[in-house]
Design a protein around this ligand. Structure first.
Ligand SMILES: [Zn+2]
Length: 405
């Protein structure tokens, strides 16, 4: 929706609230008053930056900090626009904050930080959102202020980063690569933030200590969905939901460690009335982009289109062949080895330039995917703790979903 149209009902409510206080402002100034609560000087400017405004009531019990409102800034704008004194402006600023909060208007911070289309205006939006009078409460704003490391990255990189991580929660077991390899999985970008099952995707907070960020988290604005059919309910699937989050601890970089997972139970009788996801999406879940695990490099990916196929990163072993090798080792009882020993049996990925795998590249691969492969490192030696179970089938591609298989 056009941002000006999105702001219109909020603007109407605000002008009515001002009128009840005996203050008349014209309809053209409503949007300026609204955006001042976010730190923008005019609505025109906020629109020029393509600020992604959304109307979305947050869940009642959200982990997210309430949006920071720029009270002092709003008071200044009200004094300028409505020509009232300090005392009246303070009163009207509180009313403005309430009207904006109750409307559910907010800014899609995941889009601001991660959407490539906002690359050119991201800095200006984040600069407006930073309140010089208060330390930031949102990780996104702290990133914009240079207090936290940059977190910008592509969706492809985020999916690849997710693969080796364990699913944490009732929605799944094993690593995300194992989950995706097991059954049809779909990528949902911008799931609805008003449904609690998806709130992890929109986490955005920072804890400051001595004027420095101490810890922070930011959701990536997307999730993976995997339909599953419970025993006795063959027709109606429930869904496992996996929403990646980046974590920060003082003095470190952003990392992804453990993927929050949960279940969306539209098939359960006790939640009858829970909206079917097909209705929320407006199309069957199976029409979403299909995610897959690459059998050659083991990255999780979801190509945007047939014209943008997945490309394996350079170097590293052929993953499917390596998994076969590890299974054979497990079955024969030779479960301890060094990377050099294992490399004698390694094959390069299809299409790799020189036809050999560097030991360091193999070592890095084992380290990254140790949870998926069931490996542990002991003093330069690798130990296979269980038989690798991941199914890397050459034919599994997002273009050929396995529904019903
Ligand atoms: Zn690949």
């Amino acid at each position: 929706m056009q941002p000006s149209l999105l702001l219109k009902p909020v603007s109407k409510a605000l002008i009515a609230a001002f009128a009840r206080e005996g203050v008349r402002v014209g309809p053209s100034t409503g949007p300026d008053l609204i955006v001042s609560t976010y730190g923008f000087w005019t609505a025109q400017l906020a629109f020029e930056y393509a600020t992604p405004f959304i109307i979305a009531p947050a869940p009642k019990l959200t982990r997210e900090t309430p949006a920071h409102m720029h009270l002092k800034w709003t008071i200044e704008r009200i004094k300028g626009i409505a020509k009232v004194d300090d005392w009246k402006a303070q009163q009207l600023a509180a009313i403005t904050n309430d009207v904006v909060r109750e409307s559910g208007l907010s800014i899609d911070m995941q889009a601001v930080v991660f959407d490539q289309r906002l690359a050119t205006t991201r800095e200006r939006i984040l600069k407006a959102l930073r309140d010089p009078d208060f330390p930031p409460v949102h990780a996104s704003v702290a990133i914009g202020a240079g207090l936290l490391p940059e977190a910008m990255s592509s969706l492809d990189a985020h999916l690849a980063q997710m693969g080796p991580e364990r699913a944490l929660g009732p929605g799944g077991h094993g690593t995300i690569a194992e989950v995706v390899a097991r059954d049809a999985t779909y990528l949902w970008q911008r799931p609805p933030r008003e449904l609690r099952e998806f709130e992890s995707a929109f986490v955005d907070w920072v804890h400051m200590r001595d004027n420095k960020p101490f810890s922070a988290e930011i959701g990536l604005g997307f999730c993976l969905l995997q339909p599953y059919v419970s025993a006795g309910r063959r027709q109606l699937p429930n869904y496992s939901v996996f929403s990646p989050i980046l974590h920060y601890r003082e003095g470190s970089q952003w990392r992804m460690s453990g993927i929050p997972s949960t279940s969306y139970r539209e098939a359960e009788p006790f939640t009858r009335g829970q909206r079917p996801l097909a209705e929320v999406i407006g199309a069957p879940v199976t029409t979403l982009q299909r995610a897959a695990v690459c059998p050659a490099c083991m990255d999780v990916f979801a190509p945007a289109s047939a014209n943008a196929p997945h490309r394996c990163p350079d170097g590293g072993p052929h993953a499917r062949h390596l998994v076969d090798t590890l299974r054979a080792r497990y079955d024969s009882g030779s479960t301890t080895f060094t990377a050099s020993e294992l490399n004698k049996d390694s094959r390069p990925r299809p299409g790799s330039q020189d036809g050999v795998v560097a030991v360091q590249a193999l070592e890095q691969f084992l380290l990254t995917h140790r949870a998926t492969l069931g490996l542990r490192a002991f003093n330069g030696t690798w130990a296979l703790m269980r038989r690798p179970t991941i199914m890397l089938t050459a034919g599994a591609s997002p273009a050929s979903p396995l529904e019903g298989a």
